[in-house]
Design a protein around this ligand. Structure first.
Ligand code: NAD
Length: 262
């Protein structure tokens, strides 16, 4: 797919971090972009609208109605998208079952918290894919045969999840697991689907960590010994969109890190 101003895109989680870098990279190539992100990111969305000429849609990807309304708004502004990049996501941490060191109290992973992560990271991603792909089917294929391209964001935690990451790893493992069957579902329609498994990236999500934690994380990356930059994620996302032979793949982008148990 050749990127220019005839192409439009939707980027979920596009108001921050990896999604925002992808929005910037797409806009730099002339693509018309709509961002789906939470209402609480509306100020950030308004700033990006002003700076980049993008369209911000207040969308929680766990809501069918909000996702539908988001696509209506995005398509009214930019036309039917040929590109969907799923970056909306979050994590939590709790042991499956554990004993409090001081009190001896035994507790388990709160099921509502487990459910929430699956709803956002896995079902939210699938919801956006299904509704976007249905819209893409109304488009004519481009001269190269591509009708659309979808990029998802999993995590290395899909393959080497750490202690406390049962919910996060399950959600991201689900994203990895569904990549090939979705690519197969959409192959006859000329829509390609690929997934990135980021390692540890320097984004607002990570900035919350204390400096010594970030330094230790950077030192744990074999090479290069640093956190990934969001622009490096965006570069791979754009390659997945423009390289017509890349389909049904899950690609780690991680400086060859393999996460330790904790
Ligand atoms: N930063 C990392 O090291 C890293 C590593 C592996 C995977 N990831 C994944 O990459 C994706 C982006 O992470 P990031 O580091 O850019 O984080 P980030 O917090 O900077 O950005 C995530 C964005 O998603 C939005 N979001 C969260 N829940 C949402 C919902 N229900 N509906 C709509 N939008 C929602 C947030 O408001 C935020 O703007 C996430 O899926 C994350 O799990 C990040």
């Amino acid at each position: 797919m050749k990127l220019d101003s005839t192409i439009s895109a939707v980027v979920t989680g596009g108001a921050s971090g990896l999604g925002e870098a992808t929005v910037r990279a797409l806009v730099a190539r002339g693509v018309k972009v709509a961002i789906f992100d939470l209402d609480r990111q509306a100020d950030r969305g308004a700033a990006l609208e002003k700076e980049l000429g993008v369209t911000f849609c207040a969308v929680n990807v766990t809501s069918d109605a909000e996702v539908d309304a988001g696509f209506v708004k995005a398509r009214a502004a930019n036309g039917q998208e040929r590109i969907l990049v799923n970056c909306a996501g979050t994590g939590n941490a709790a042991k499956t079952a554990s004993r409090d060191r001081n009190t001896g109290e035994i507790k388990h992973f709160p099921l509502a918290h487990f459910d929430m992560i699956i709803q956002i990271n896995l079902i939210g991603t699938f919801r956006c894919i299904a509704k976007s792909a249905a819209g893409m089917l109304t488009l004519e294929p481009l001269p190269d045969g591509d009708r659309g391209a979808i990029v998802n964001t999993a995590s290395v935690a899909a393959e080497d999840g750490q202690m406390g990451q049962a919910a996060y790893s399950a959600s991201k493992g689900g994203v990895v697991g569904m990549t090939l069957p979705i690519a197969r579902d959409l192959a006859s329609e000329g829509i390609r689907v690929n997934t990135i498994l980021p390692g540890i990236f320097n984004t607002p999500l990570m900035n919350a960590a204390p400096p010594q934690v970030k330094e230790a994380l950077a030192a744990s990356v074999p090479f290069p010994k640093r956190l990934g930059n969001a622009e490096e994620y965006a570069s791979l996302a754009l390659e997945m969109i423009t390289n017509g032979y890349l389909n049904g793949e899950d690609v780690r982008l991680d400086g060859s890190i393999r996460m330790a148990p904790r």
